[in-house]
Design a binder for this molecule. Structure first.
Ligand SMILES: *[C@@H]1O[C@H](CO)[C@@H](O)[C@H](O)[C@H]1NC(C)=O
Length: 328
């Protein structure tokens, strides 16, 4: 244990100043600063990813203590909007730097990445004319200022995708490219949270998320795919979720998205915590657990995402992981 820690530190010091990912997750006993040790602390983890969003007020300005969310390894504070931080992302800004450092260390020690999620359903960045480069600059600075591990791009500008002229795709490609230039791979995590139908081939005039993936997928660590709110019977069985989506949204089940060129290990299955957290798409935890098991047996390692904490906490993710990657 101690030896491997030492080796990690040595190998990282050799990498300082180079653009190389550092696939090492070290304990968080270092003080802050933009140095090699900080890079180690923030390195992108390997799948599976178990991701919780937190927009709903929890009764505290602070994120939950890690034990409360045991079983998750990514916690997304929501949302960072064009007008500024909102809800639990805003609450995070009201803490002192020292408080943030302390909480961040506890999360790192528990193996949980703490990130911010951008946009959500309140923002339509392309339709409202936001500049992708300026927005990326502002958001990347925000991530650094507030000591987070990265940013989730929950872009939900449906009108822009529906326009079919590439405006959504081009916006996302510019935005992601600029974000990554400021938040380097291996040091910071960048995820996207598209709805599953956006991966349908030959449906979106601008190419949809398959276009985004082919252009900048190498800059995106994984996709928290929203398999909900797409119709009452969409993605609600293991077959519809994993192998064959309905004729409403063809070719958008997990393995179908992978067949279109998205790395299977980057496809994280997103679901609501309960029937109240989304219009539709809910699966009970036992059914979802069996789907995860089935997918894992076919070589998938992506993980699961939930909207949202605290409706889903440790007991939810423990149940969902029970048949695939049981929580210790
Ligand atoms: C795409 O279509 C939208 C909606 O009609 C329009 O506002 C926008 O200017 C178009 N963008 C391009 C690049 O053609």
């Amino acid at each position: 244990m101690f030896l491997s820690r030492l080796l990690s530190i040595v190998s990282v010091s050799l990498l300082v100043g180079r653009v190389l990912p550092v696939p090492v997750d070290a304990p968080a006993f270092y003080t802050r600063g933009e140095d090699a040790l900080d890079i180690v602390k923030r390195a992108t983890p390997a799948p599976p990813y178990f991701v919780a969003y937190s927009d709903k007020w929890t009764g505290s300005e602070s994120p939950p203590t890690p034990s409360t969310i045991n079983g998750f390894n990514v916690f997304n504070l929501a949302f960072l909007l064009l007008e500024g931080a909102w809800d639990n992302a805003q609450a995070w800004t009201t803490l002192t730097d020292a408080q943030r450092s302390s909480i961040k260390s506890q999360y790192a020690a528990a193996g949980i990445k703490l990130m911010v999620s951008a946009f959500g359903s309140s923002d339509a960045p392309t339709s409202t004319g936001a500049d992708p480069i300026a927005t990326a600059n502002t958001f990347a600075n925000w991530v650094k200022t507030y000591q987070l591990d990265g940013i989730d791009v929950d872009y939900e500008d449906f009108n822009a995708f529906n326009a079919g002229n590439g405006s959504a795709e081009n916006w996302l490609i510019s935005f992601t490219t600029q974000l990554r230039s400021l938040l380097p791979a291996g040091q910071y995590i960048i995820t996207h949270a598209p709805v599953a139908p956006w991966f349908e081939p030959n449906r979106w005039g601008g190419g949809g998320y398959l276009k985004v993936n082919s252009a900048v997928g190498n800059l995106i660590d994984w996709y928290n795919v929203q398999f909900y709110n797409q119709g009452t019977s969409e993605y609600t069985t293991c077959a519809g979720l994993l192998t064959a989506s309905s004729s409403t949204w063809p070719q958008t089940a997990v393995f179908q998205i992978a067949a279109s060129g998205v790395p299977l290990s980057k496809i994280v299955i997103g679901k609501p915590a309960n029937t109240a957290d989304a219009n539709n798409g809910y699966m009970d935890t036992t059914t979802l657990a069996s789907c995860l098991s089935q997918a894992k047996n076919s070589g998938w390692t992506g993980g699961a995402m939930v909207w949202e904490y605290p409706d889903a906490g440790s007991s939810w993710i423990t149940a969902v992981r029970a048949q695939s990657w049981p929580v210790a």
